[in-house]
Design a protein around this ligand. Structure first.
Ligand code: ACO
Length: 349
C-alpha cells in the first residue's frame, strides 16, 4: 500500500479501538497543570545516620550543600512503584482517572529495566491508554519531559498527559565515595496536564513556554561509569563537583532569562522559583542573579537531598499542598544535570 492509498483508507475508516481521538489541530491549545502529586520513600536517613557508615559529618554536608536528610528507597520502592504512586496522587488531585491519560512521559536516569520503559509499567498499573515512554536527561529530566509534553498537547497528539520524574539514585551510588553518596536521595513527583483550548497570553493558565539546552562536550563531568550492557559493572555516579558548580549558575540564569523574555516578563513577575534541588549554594546563586528574595524560592534540598529528575515535581507538590503556590500564580522552573543538560519552564498555575 503506497502512502497516498494509506492516507485515503485511514481517512475513510473510523479510528481503530485504542486509537487517539480526532483533534481540531487548528485551535490553539495550552497544557494546563490540572493535578500535582508526589511520593517519598518510607526510610528517612539523617546526615548523622549516614555518618555512621560513611566517613562524613552533618556539619560538612550542611555547610557545603544545605542537606540535612534524604529518603532512601527500600527494595520494593522501585522507580515504577514510586512513579505510579506519584501519578495516582496527581490524577486524584485533578479529579481524573487512568482512562483520562493518553500519554505518559517519565524522566528518569534510574529506570528499573533497560526496557520496557518504566513509563509503560506505570501505564499498565494505571490502566491508561495512548502511549508511554521514558526520557533521559539526568537532573533536567522533568523540565525536558514537561517541554515534550507541552509540544505534544499543543499539536494534538494527546489530551491528558502525565509528566513524571522518578529516581532511585541510591541504586547507582558508590557508597565508598563520600563526595557523591551524601548528596542524593530517592523519590518521585508527577503532574497531570490537560489540553485546554482557547487560552493565550501570559495571564491565562498553562505552560507559557519552555527552553531546553545540552552540551555533550561536558558529558564527562557528571556521568555513570557503567551500563546495563556491562553486568560486571552496572555503574556508579561519578562527578566533578567543582566543574558542575562552575557551569551551573550562569547556564541556569541564561535559560531562565530566555523563558521570561519569551513572554515579555521579568523576574519581578515571578511568584515562585522552583529550582532543581541540587544544592543550596547553586540555588542561591541563581536566585541572587534573578534578584528573587529567598521567600519566593521553594527549597526542599535540605530534606529531600538531590532527587535528580524528581526534585522539581517533589518541590512543586510540597509548596502546592501546603498552600504557598496558588492558582493564578507564575511559577518558574529550572534544572541542570548530566549531559550537560539544562532548561527552564514558565508556568501559570
Ligand atoms: N564529608 C566530609 N568530607 C568530604 C566529603 C564528605 N561527604 N566529601 C568530600 N570531602 C572532603 C574531600 O575529601 C576534601 O578533603 P581534602 O581537602 O582533605 O582533600 C574536601 O572535603 C573538599 O572536597 P571537594 O570535593 O573539593 O569539596 P567541594 O568544596 O568542592 O564540595 C560539592 C563538594 C558539595 C559536591 C561541591 O563541589 C558542589 O556543590 N558542587 C556542585 C555540584 C552538585 O551539587 N552536584 C550535585 C549533582 S549535579 C546536579 O544535580 C546539577
Amino acid at each position: 500500500m503506497d502512502r497516498q492509498t494509506a492516507t485515503t483508507v485511514s481517512a475513510l475508516q473510523p479510528p481503530a479501538e485504542g486509537a487517539s481521538p480526532a483533534f481540531d489541530r487548528t485551535a490553539p491549545v495550552r497544557a494546563v497543570l490540572a493535578g500535582i502529586g508526589a511520593y517519598l520513600p518510607l526510610n528517612l536517613v539523617t546526615n548523622e545516620a549516614l555518618a555512621e557508615r560513611v566517613d562524613t559529618s552533618d556539619a560538612w554536608i550542611r555547610e557545603r550543600t544545605g542537606i540535612r536528610q534524604r529518603y532512601l528507597a527500600a527494595p520494593h520502592e522501585t522507580c515504577a512503584y514510586m512513579a505510579t504512586a506519584a501519578a495516582r496522587a496527581a490524577l486524584a488531585d485533578a479529579g481524573a482517572v487512568g482512562s483520562d491519560v493518553d500519554a505518559i512521559i517519565l524522566g528518569t536516569s534510574t529506570p528499573d529495566q533497560a526496557f520496557p520503559s518504566t513509563a509503560t509499567r506505570v501505564q499498565a498499573e494505571l490502566g491508561a491508554g495512548g502511549f508511554a515512554f521514558d526520557l533521559s536527561a539526568a537532573c533536567s529530566g522533568f523540565v525536558y519531559a514537561l517541554s515534550v509534553a507541552d509540544a505534544m498537547l499543543r499539536t494534538g497528539q494527546a489530551r491528558g498527559c502525565l509528566v513524571i520524574g522518578s529516581e532511585v539514585f541510591s541504586r547507582i551510588m558508590n557508597w565508598q565515595d563520600r563526595g557523591t553518596c551524601v548528596l542524593f536521595g530517592d523519590g518521585a513527583g508527577a503532574v497531570f496536564l490537560r489540553a485546554a483550548p482557547g487560552l493565550a497570553g501570559p495571564q491565562t493558565p498553562g505552560i507559557l513556554s519552555t527552553r531546553l539546552h545540552s552540551d555533550g562536550r561536558l558529558g564527562d563531568i557528571l556521568y555513570v561509569d557503567g551500563s546495563v550492557g556491562r553486568p560486571d559493572r552496572p555503574g556508579h555516579l561519578v562527578m566533578n563537583g567543582r566543574e558542575v558548580f562552575r557551569h551551573a549558575v550562569h547556564l541556569l540564569a541564561g535559560a531562565v532569562a530566555e523563558v521570561l523574555a519569551d513572554n515579555g516578563l521579568t523576574a519581578a513577575d515571578v511568584d515562585w522559583l522552583i529550582p532543581h534541588q541540587a544544592n543550596a549554594r547553586i540555588i542561591e546563586g541563581v536566585s541572587r542573579r534573578l534578584g528573587l528574595p529567598a521567600e519566593r524560592v521553594v527549597i526542599t534540598v535540605d530534606r529531600h537531598a538531590n532527587t535528580s529528575a524528581a526534585s522539581i515535581p517533589l518541590a512543586l507538590a510540597e509548596a502546592y499542598a501546603d498552600g504557598r503556590i496558588r492558582r493564578g500564580q507564575l511559577v518558574l522552573l529550572e534544572a541542570l544535570g548530566g549531559g550537560l543538560t539544562w532548561g527552564s519552564a514558565l508556568v501559570r498555575m
